[in-house]
Design a protein around this ligand. Structure first.
Ligand code: TTP
Ligand code: MG
Length: 352
């Protein structure tokens, strides 16, 4: 079907714990949890080694210690987790503009119209996970499916450091055997209630009808019925779109001529075009060049522009370079400014 969406759900593996293991190698081969270790504190998360002992998120630290006496519990560093989350989102934005973050460590991406990787959502997910691993030294898992509901369930299938694709032709099969407790919104109590009425999997729900379900789960019945058929029509709730795209490089050695700067601009320009590809629907309104000098002062020259032109960057460079006053250059950067996109309601009107 031509109107099938391609949604990727990315979820970092034992996110807080993985960051602690990355930054403190002494935690790498021991069961580790993040949280308070006081008598009343609960855990935020734990690494996979600790999970083998039954240690879980939101578990009281005392109970976790009973299950795993040599568990090391460290305090969280929220500032580092937030900073890492921003870095992860920057990686997502290389592939699409349509990103819905759900928490610090997970997001939906809509890559239906993406052109990278020949439009293959599976390959895009692989590249995103490789970028995260190579640049941040962390692993992520991904689910790829025609909607948000299935993508989220899929990202959990091959955790940690794995991915799972549910192509449209596999949806029916996949939901058939899906346990109802995997459906977001069904907690342990609701699951038990459904069980008592004879519902354990999506197949059981499919054989039933909405009225019967309403008697058990009330107004959740509709959504449960649709989900059991693998249907979820929710669009992404996209976060505020980026206003600009910037790319820069700190030079291996300081340079002292405009010609050398121009060579750097030529190579940055090529990279900028690659980074621009996922944002091809955005209207360009500005171009800019940034130079940082050996004394760490920097200057930026910008001008209005409605396309990404190499020659314009070169002429902006001349102007920026004229401010060097014999200082050498240590960093060169290029920026593009975007017009605000019409918001969703306007887009809807435009499409009518
Ligand atoms: P999750 O993605 O639920 O868990 P996780 O990334 O630690 O592990 P998994 O590999 O199973 O995805 O949550 C992301 C982070 O949010 C987690 O590292 C810590 C924090 N968190 C809490 O602080 N309390 C909680 O109860 C949960 C579930 C998560
Ligand atoms: Mg996670």
């Amino acid at each position: 079907m031509g109107n099938q969406k391609k949604i990727i759900h990315i979820d970092m593996d034992c996110f807080y714990a993985a960051i602690e293991m990355r930054d403190f190698p002494e935690y790498q081969n021991i069961p580790l949890a993040v949280g308070g270790d006081g008598p009343r504190s609960v855990l935020c998360t734990s690494n996979y080694q600790a999970r083998q002992f039954g240690v879980r998120s939101a578990m009281p630290a005392i109970k976790a210690k009973q299950l795993c006496p040599h568990l090391k519990i460290v305090h969280g560093r929220m500032d580092v987790y937030k900073e890492t989350s921003i870095q992860i989102r920057e990686i997502f934005s290389r592939y699409t503009d349509l990103i819905e973050p759900l928490s610090l460590d997970e997001a939906y991406l809509d890559v239906t119209d993406a052109t990278m990787c020949q439009g293959s959502a599976t390959l895009i997910a692989q590249k995103i996970r490789a970028d995260i691993y190579n640049e941040l030294n962390l692993t992520a898992s991904a689910g790829i499916a025609p909607n948000k509901f299935l993508a989220k369930i899929a990202s959990d299938e091959n955790k940690p450091n794995g991915q799972c694709v549910i192509t449209p032709d596999k949806v029916a099969n996949f939901v058939e055997q899906l346990s109802l407790k995997k459906i977001p919104g069904i907690g342990p109590k609701t699951f038990e209630k459904l069980n008592r009425h004879g519902y354990a999997t999506c197949a059981d729900v499919r054989e039933s009808n909405i009225r019967a379900l309403q008697n058990i789960v009330g107004k959740f019945a509709n959504s449960l019925y649709l989900k059991s058929h693998g249907v979820d029509n929710r669009d992404l709730e996209v976060s505020r779109q980026r206003k600009s795209l910037a790319i820069e490089t700190t030079l291996a050695r300081d340079i002292s001529s405009q010609d050398e700067c121009k060579l750097v601009i030529d190579s940055l320009y090529k990279k900028l075009l690659t980074r621009l590809a996922p944002h091809s629907n955005r209207e360009i309104i500005r171009q800019g060049v940034k130079l940082k000098f050996t004394d760490f002062n920097q200057t930026t020259v910008e001008t209005q522009s409605n396309e990404c032109q190499q020659a314009l960057f070169v002429s902006l460079l001349s102007k920026a370079y004229s401010r060097a006053n014999k200082r050498n250059i240590r960093l060169v950067g290029l920026t593009l400014g975007f017009a605000d996109s019409p918001d969703e309601s306007q887009q809807l009107l435009l499409s009518l």
